[in-house]
Design a protein around this ligand. Structure first.
Ligand SMILES: Nc1ncnc2c1ncn2[C@@H]1O[C@H](COP(=O)(O)OP(=O)(O)OP(=O)(O)O)[C@@H](O)[C@H]1O
Ligand SMILES: C[C@@](O)(CCOP(=O)(O)OP(=O)(O)O)CC(=O)O
Length: 377
């Protein structure tokens, strides 16, 4: 029997990447609009390793309520006022190919994919910068996942948030040698969610105001210049210092918040030991609101950085995966002699890291399988 338009299902499918900040967003000046207290800057990671896949669909045959299914489980979104505004109820189905709510920026990829899929479904003309304004309100860091490469989120000044947008500082192709080694220390849900933790910091930390008002603005300019010049040592030092300052404001919060643990601190020591042994900065660590380490380095230094990590952790005992693992597959000897690394660090890392994802900088959200289309299910 021929399909009638009342049976029609319209749908759009999109993917979105994870981004890992090198200048951290931490603090809101407006919690409703999700306006930040400082600008931030991130590297969008390759979707060949980590991505969210989201399909948005609408139809008059759907029950009269919006639904979100995440990783196979229905989510509670009915308190949202959006339902009332929809003529055709929306059905969102999404899947992350990595742990959700574990400090691996699932909310960033998740909300970016959601906004992109809905915009594609309705064939909205908005640019990624304009869509970033919407994604920001789902989760602040999500606004940076609508773009590829090196992305800044400008704090903005206006009370309505209309100038608090993300913009691409440089595409991934500008510095394609950038690699990211994710050491998964824990895939557990974190104790203090980012949304709650950052406001505890805003309200109680004495260090916080200095970071937001003077430290970050200087670092934003310096890291953008380092990215334009592809100056890895400069990029790396700012990245490490900013991660440390962010975690210092967490420790300075009341009650104090701890996201890094002994394994995280071992990863910090490892990176400094590698850099000292090599005699220049070839690796940079950064930590979000959880213990997992992300280590940035350039492809030419794969053996020195990832090769050393591989020799410490062993390739067989834990999972090594990711789009850029190929070059390392046959590397067995450490790039840096292990006697140059603090011996306590070796054991802590070996026992504490459960999984390694080797990835690199990548491109922005993209539409899957052509433009939105009419389908009868
Ligand atoms: N694919 C998705 N689609 C829609 N919402 C998602 C998706 N993935 C995650 N989320 C939302 O984001 C929440 C997790 O965000 P949370 O900030 O706690 O963790 P995270 O993003 O993994 O960590 P972090 O932001 O510290 O790196 C989930 O509970 C869910 O509400
Ligand atoms: C440490 C961070 O990863 C914090 C991310 O916080 P979220 O974007 O998850 O917070 P909400 O806006 O409340 O959803 C730093 C960063 O990504 O810049």
């Amino acid at each position: 029997m021929a399909a009638t338009s009342s049976q029609s299902v319209y749908r759009a499918t999109t993917t979105a990447p994870v981004n890992i900040a090198v200048i951290k967003y931490w603090g809101k000046r407006d919690t409703t609009l999700n306006l930040p207290t400082n600008s931030s800057l991130s590297v969008t990671l390759s979707q060949r390793s980590l991505r969210t896949l989201t399909t948005a669909s609408c139809s008059s045959i759907y029950p009269a309520e919006d639904t979100l299914n995440l990783n196979g489980k229905p989510q509670d979104i009915q308190s949202s006022k959006r339902t009332l505004a929809c003529f055709f109820p929306l059905r969102i189905v999404s899947e992350n190919n990595f742990p959700t709510a574990a400090g691996l920026a699932s909310s960033a990829a998740g909300f970016a994919a959601l906004v992109r899929a809905v915009a594609d479904l309705y064939q909205l003309p908005q640019s990624p910068n304009e869509l970033s304004r919407i994604a920001r309100q789902g989760s602040g860091s999500a606004c940076r996942s609508l773009m590829g490469g090196y992305v800044a989120w400008r704090t903005g000044e206006l009370a309505d948030g209309s100038d608090s947008l993300a913009e691409e500082v440089a595409p991934a192709s500008h510095w394609p040698e950038m690699r990211a080694l994710v050491l998964v220390v824990s895939a557990e849900k974190k104790d203090v969610p980012s949304t709650e933790g950052m406001q505890t910091t805003v309200n109680t930390s004495d260090l916080f105001a200095t970071r937001a008002q003077s430290v970050v603005p200087e670092r934003m300019s310096a890291i953008e210049a380092a990215i334009q010049a592809r100056d890895f040592p400069k990029f790396a030092e700012i990245t490490m210092r900013d991660s440390n300052t962010f975690h210092a404001t967490c420790l300075d919060s009341w009650p104090p918040i701890f996201y890094m643990n002994d394994v995280s601190r071992a990863a910090v020591r490892l990176v400094h030991d590698i850099n000292t042994a090599v005699g220049k900065t070839v690796a940079a660590y950064t930590f979000d609101a959880g213990p997992n380490a992300v280590i940035y380095y350039e492809e030419k230094d794969s053996e020195l950085v990832a090769g050393t990590v591989k020799a410490i952790l062993g390739a067989n005992t834990i999972g090594w995966e990711g789009a850029f693992y190929e070059r390392l597959a046959n590397v067995t000897a450490p790039g840096v002699a292990l006697d140059k690394i603090d011996s306590r660090v070796l054991d802590v890392l070996k026992n504490g890291v459960s999984r390694v994802i080797l990835t690199g900088s990548g491109r922005r959200t993209h539409l899957c399988r052509g433009p939105p289309r009419l389908r009868v299910w």
